[in-house]
Write a protein that binds this ligand. Structure first.
Ligand code: CA2
Length: 147
């Protein structure tokens, strides 16, 4: 079975507890469980990872290459707008990557409009809330099938 890795960056562990007007009321555990279930239905083996630490995310991306992960789906959180290290890790391992944001970052503050990850990603999904993770999964399924 093809392996998929979902990475969530800083503060996304707080989902469902604060700022529910922006990020919704579902917890990360709930979203991850749904992701794993939908992946299984698509014959994909999904793993999930969340960290508030940039280096831990870089290490997990490196590990993904050793584990022969075929697609990384990543919401880098605020590191989207700051992290050359995460961008370099994704480019370095060369694993197809889909960038996801819960909110539409282009409708928000100017500093959220730039993504360091976008140039090394296959594509970006933003503004659909947790549905975006499933949309990325469906795209990953097609990418792996080559269609
Ligand atoms: O829209 C997204 O998914 C973001 O990646 C979320 C990041 C933000 O810095 C990006 O610009 C866009 C922030 C995640 C913070 O998540 C929280 C969830 C609940 C309560 C507080 C923060």
């Amino acid at each position: 079975m093809s392996k998929i890795l979902l990475i969530n960056g800083p503060n996304l562990n707080l989902l469902g507890t604060r700022e529910t007007d922006i990020y919704g009321s579902r917890t990360l555990a709930d979203i991850e469980a749904e992701f794993i279930e939908e992946a299984a239905a698509l014959q994909l083996q999904a793993e999930t990872f969340q960290s508030n630490n940039e280096g831990a995310i870089v290490d997990r991306i490196h590990q993904a290459a050793k584990d022969a992960v075929e697609v990384i789906i990543i919401n880098p959180g605020a590191y989207t707008h700051t992290s050359v290290a995460i961008r370099d890790a994704l480019a370095g391992v060369g694993i197809s990557t889909i960038e996801v944001h819960l909110s539409n970052i282009y409708q928000r503050e100017e500093f959220r409009h730039h993504s360091f990850v976008a140039p090394v990603a296959k594509g970006q999904i933003a503004g659909f809330g947790p549905l975006g993770y499933l949309m990325a999964l469906w795209a990953a399924r097609r990418m792996i099938a080559g269609s």
